[in-house]
Design a protein around this ligand. Structure first.
Ligand SMILES: [Zn+2]
Ligand SMILES: [Zn+2]
Length: 173
């Protein structure tokens, strides 16, 4: 797991005067944020500013995430556009309950925030493409790769069975 790529040491900024800021450019071919979320590629920039309360991060990130199509279960590449707007308190013990904080060592790990924002940014129903045909309910074949043949094989015999049952009913009356 490459969780270290979104860990930044802000020791230098914590030593600096209030109002000092630093631009951080991100450009990674791929970043794994957790077992379930990998962003590839990840690009953007974040401005880190030393404030009286800690370090304020503001920026925009663009990426895309590999997910599972809800219809066919194939891979779906979903664009991810997130805005970061977060104050990390320092010293950490001054952070109100539930607020983000800089580590004692001056390190901020952005992975949890970026993961959360990425998951919030994607649609609830992820599709590999708008007209995904899904899976055949009979044989499970992915219908995006072509017709599995179930429709022709099944519908006609069933209809003819129904037809003969109807005929038996009528004859029985
Ligand atoms: Zn699909
Ligand atoms: Zn089928």
């Amino acid at each position: 797991m490459k969780l270290s790529r979104l860990r930044f040491n802000f020791g230098f900024l914590l030593e600096a005067d209030y109002g000092t800021s630093r631009l951080i450019e991100l450009n990674y071919p791929s970043v794994q944020l957790s077992d379930d979320v990998t962003l590839a590629p990840l690009q953007g920039s974040i401005t880190a500013t030393r404030t009286t309360e800690g370090i304020y991060l503001q920026g925009k990130l663009e990426s895309s995430m590999s997910m599972e199509c809800v219809r066919c279960l194939d891979e779906a590449i979903v664009p991810v556009d997130i805005s970061i707007d977060e104050l990390y308190y320092y010293p950490p013990q001054d952070a109100p309950e539930g607020e983000a904080r800089v580590g004692e060592d001056g390190i901020i790990d952005l992975a949890p925030l970026v993961r959360e924002l990425s998951l919030l940014s994607v649609p609830i129903k992820v599709l590999c493409r708008p007209d995904c045909q899904g899976l055949c309910q009979e044989c499970g074949a992915n219908l995006n790769y072509g017709d599995c043949g179930c429709a022709e094989d099944d519908v006609d015999p069933r209809l003819s069975v129904l037809q003969s049952l109807l005929n038996i009913d009528r004859n029985g009356e």
